[in-house]
Design a protein around this ligand. Structure first.
Ligand SMILES: [Zn+2]
Length: 216
């Protein structure tokens, strides 16, 4: 029988003990084996850090926080690698796929849907192309009606500002055209708005306090 299994059953945790049963087990098990206090402190700190990570990642996944979720997904792979020795192949391949830009056809961007790009010859002899990129649509449905948000990447060479831009349409309203800086600002605003929506979602089931006799 190992030393650890000899000691584990005797581990007692007082109610409310800092760090909970796992940290108490680590402390007491290592102390029983005569481990140096500095090593015990380091091990306890490592386990506590893991507990903080677990609480954070559960919260991120529950709230489906798009901005930080890939980071936590990546941390999960690295932790799995440290604990089980699972190769980091999947994480490396994902990173390489992101880093390698796809090849572009002559006269087009890598993101072009070339079959939808339109080339025009103008009376002055100029030839310009209206490039069409990916489109993303989100439907907001309240159970009765649907409100569409649509975003599309494109670039019109005939524009004075001949830069790639993302057009965003909300419902039936006219779309807006965002350059890279403007889209970055819009994403920040939407991030804040989503956090605010999550806050409303969390508090919306809070019950109403009883009315006073005067209110009733
Ligand atoms: Zn194109």
């Amino acid at each position: 029988m190992s030393i650890i299994s000899d000691q584990a059953p005797s581990t007692k945790v007082e109610p409310g003990q800092l760090g909970g049963p796992l940290l108490a087990t680590v402390r007491q098990t290592l102390a029983a084996t005569g481990t140096n206090q500095a090593v015990i402190d380091e091990a306890v700190r490592a386990v506590a850090s893991g507990q903080v990570y677990q609480a954070a990642t559960v919260s991120v996944k529950e709230q489906n926080s798009h901005a930080v979720r890939p980071f936590f997904d990546c941390l999960d792979l690295v932790i799995n690698h440290i604990v089980t020795g699972t190769p980091l192949t999947a994480a490396r391949e994902a990173a390489e796929a992101l880093a390698a830009a796809p090849a572009a056809q002559a006269g087009h961007h890598p993101w072009c849907h070339v079959d939808r790009c339109k080339t025009s010859r103008h009376p002055d002899g100029d030839v310009t192309t209206e490039h069409q990129g990916p489109t993303h649509v989100t439907a907001l449905n309240d159970g009765h009606d649907t409100f569409l948000l649509r975003a599309e990447l494109g670039r019109d060479e005939s524009y004075a500002d001949d830069q790639p831009a993302v057009f965003i349409w909300a419902g039936d309203e006219d779309g807006l055209r965002f350059n890279k800086d403007a889209l970055g600002n819009a994403i920040d605003s939407l991030d804040t708005f989503l956090d605010e929506l999550r806050h409303l979602h969390r508090i919306m089931t809070q019950p109403c306090a009883l009315k006073t006799e005067e209110q009733a």
